[in-house]
Design a binder for this molecule. Sequence first.
Ligand code: COA
Length: 702
Amino acid sequence: MTQINAKIAICVEGDIGFITSDNAPVNALGIAVREGLVEGLKALNEDPAVKAIVLACAGRTFFAGADITEFGKPRLSPTLQDVIAALESSPKPVVAAIHGTALGGGLETALGCHFRVAVPAARVGLPEINLGLFAGGGGTQRLPRLIGPEQALEFCLSGKPVSAKQALELGIVDAVEEGEPATIGAAFARRVIDEKLPAVPVRDREERLAATRADPSTFDALAARLTARKQGQDAPQANIDSVRRSFTMSLDDALAIDAVANRELMSGGQSRALRHLFFAEREATKIPGLPESAKAREVRKGAIIGAGTMGGGIAMCFAGAGIPVAIIDTTQEALDRGMERVKANYATSVKRGSISQAQMDQRLALITPAVDRAAAADADVVIEAVFEDMAVKKEIFADLEKRVRPGTVLASNTSALDVDDIASVLDRPEDFVGMHFFSPANVMKLLEVVKAAKTSPDAILTAMAVGKAIGKVSVLSGNCDGFIGNRMVAKRSAQAERLLQQGAFPRQVDAALTNLGFPMGPLTTNDMSGLDIGYSIRKRRGTPFPIADAIVESGRLGQKTGAGYYRYEPGDRTPHANPETQALIIATSQKLGITRRDIAEAEMVERLLFPLINEGARILEEGIALRASDVDLVWINGYGWPRHLGGPMFYADEAGLPHIVARLREFAAETPDDPSLRPAALLVELAEKGQSFAVWQQGSAA
Ligand code: COA
């Protein structure tokens, strides 16, 4: 074994040369790897004993992609395109031996090789679209040559990896074999040498392009269909344009344009936002300050208290991850209703083709309904998901604690109650934690893990691990009213109400955010959830919203009553303008003595978003959230913030903190009765020092 540099080694066995990359954890194609690959390849090509070359990786995966930490920085040579060009023009055939995940630049590197073999567990994909990019290292040019432009387009726009078996069927890899990557690579190289298999570089395979070249109509129709729901995002169209170049121009011309186009995307805000989220998701799993001995407890069985919509959804999450779960309610009738709802949800998924009938049956078999809480006795985590009544919750937890083993995590799905108050009835409050799911729980990705005053590090880590196991993005939150997300959303609701009072109608308020890319506006969302929820909270707190309250008091509770901010036809969720509500809005403005005015959309955006960003800053300064990127994840995964806008705190950095502070000061001056509009101390401090949420860290002086 000869070490080329710290990351790349070569060796020769008989007439086969090996290049091995060892760049933990995921063999990202950073500069040292790229340099080593070019040099290692050159050395093996110069070695007369070598007749074929195997490219493989040590550790858990083949190259998982370009090094994302290098994105947006000056390019260092050799670039990925240079490395791939060197592999493709190698006079000796190169076999890529793939294990783990060959993603993005990793798959592109393999496409630069003459042959590809993979172990059965390997997965390959071009996830660049998830980072606001396309596979600019030649993936969008070479993949169409292997599998045809239409299939390549679907592959690039989905961003999802496929299994080795699917890759073989598609024609991305040439063979799938059990064994060590280098061993299966060597076996294939043996065949290449002995059987003199023609080593045709992918760039020269034009036959799969011919049909689309002759008639691109299928490609065009597919492109239109695949981008229909991706308005406002740059990367989908950039992917289409690039794949189209594969059959409209030469590979070299296309690569030259690709390099420029991808660099433009990379320096743009959308890709920056998506890269931010990639690292945010990984960062959120790390909880600083816990003792080293702290560890997540193993969770082999779950139990859910409450078979309502929420409880059923949470049970589905466990079953989906293959974890047996008991679902417990007080009456057989409530249980039956809950299980019917679960079955209906699964049946819809089967009908849509997202799961098979066999998967539905397997999942249902993992959910055990029970009317006796004794069914929770052997669970490792019990999640209470009953209605928001403190006395009821206290009774449940006091009883549960006697039934389960010490160390079993006892979690409440409360969104509105004080977790310390709930924990006060427990002898083992260290085992108690909040686990706030979002509705529908089987769909929404967010889980707020809420730390009560006495929650133990092990319980926190267990709740985070459960979240990961059931496919959630888990974010740790401290205990406060509304936790991270709902506390911030309350500020947006107050502004939506104020905009209605001052001159806007529901459709305009909603359009301000849907035009930014939110899937639904705040008022449509309220209509969907039911306007009575907010109403009763406001009554309890004594914080009236004159318009929202008047709508509820007129008997309009949202979709379920056919009218709220909007009007709904029976059996249809489409919101229509509601003249009666509009009349009520105008009358309320009058009653409040407000002269209605036209409000520009840009002003509405700032009025809806800046106050919630301000609350996010308070949440950070109080230590409720660990980091700004955690707040972003809450909004992306729980509140429909468009991914390509990176979340509220990222958005704030991009909009410029001094601008936000200045606007908040104006809002606060106009609305002296709402002190929450005054800019948070942290926001002011960062703005004055020219700093950003991106670099701010908890505990550091800003
Ligand atoms: N560049 C730089 N760092 C990367 C990286 C990349 N392409 N891919 C992963 N990492 C880092 C992660 O940030 C993480 O770092 P940390 O431990 O300091 O937090 C570490 O590698 C492990 O990644 P993680 O995602 O936690 O591991 P995993 O086993 O769950 O998943 C992958 C592995 C490869 C599936 C996943 O990391 C991934 O999807 N990577 C990105 C692939 C990609 O988009 N490639 C296209 C770029 S061209």
